[in-house]
Design a protein around this ligand. Structure first.
Ligand code: ATP
Ligand code: MG
Length: 138
């Protein structure tokens, strides 16, 4: 089933100029980029985005990191996009990520881990709507 997911190239990867490499990998993996924007999240923007994690001990640190510099947000489309993108990203902790995954290659730590991907159809719908209006998706 053709599906859409929300991807973020996180501040660590933007700062280290990995945006082009990561977008190349996205396209090589067969995704269509349906929307894309570079933007700076405020702390409040990051807190709203990661609201599901607000009880976690790393919430404050995570939202400070996500608002520490610009990010690139993308809507990716492919068959089974949510699972396919998470497989390409690799495990949350780069030390546990498989060879060939983006996090193995580009992440610095479990927090500064280069990319984000939605984890289910409901979260993908919420996250896409958080950043993009319908008219921006084509
Ligand atoms: P994401 O939602 O960003 O795609 P994920 O689904 O692999 O990542 P989550 O459990 O949803 O992982 O955690 C969200 C983000 O919070 C992680 O990507 C990472 O940046 C940060 N994070 C997760 N676990 C930890 C931790 N133990 N310590 C510090 N930061 C963490
Ligand atoms: Mg997650």
């Amino acid at each position: 089933m053709v599906e859409r997911t929300l991807a973020i190239i996180k501040p660590d990867a933007v700062e280290r100029r990995h945006v082009g490499s990561i977008i190349s990998r996205i396209e090589a993996a067969g995704f269509q980029i349906r929307a894309m924007r570079r933007m700076a999240l405020s702390k409040q923007d990051a807190e709203g985005f990661y609201a599901v994690h607000k009880a976690r001990p790393f919430f404050g640190s995570l939202t400070s990191f996500m608002s520490s510099g610009p990010v690139v947000v993308l809507v990716l489309e492919a068959p089974d996009a949510i699972r396919t993108w998470r497989t390409l990203m690799g495990a949350t902790d780069p030390a546990k990520a498989d060879a060939g995954t983006l996090r193995k290659e580009f992440a610095e730590s479990i927090e500064r881990n280069a990319t984000h991907g939605s984890d289910a159809p409901e979260t993908a719908a919420y996250e896409i709507g958080y950043f993009f209006a319908g008219v921006e998706l084509s």
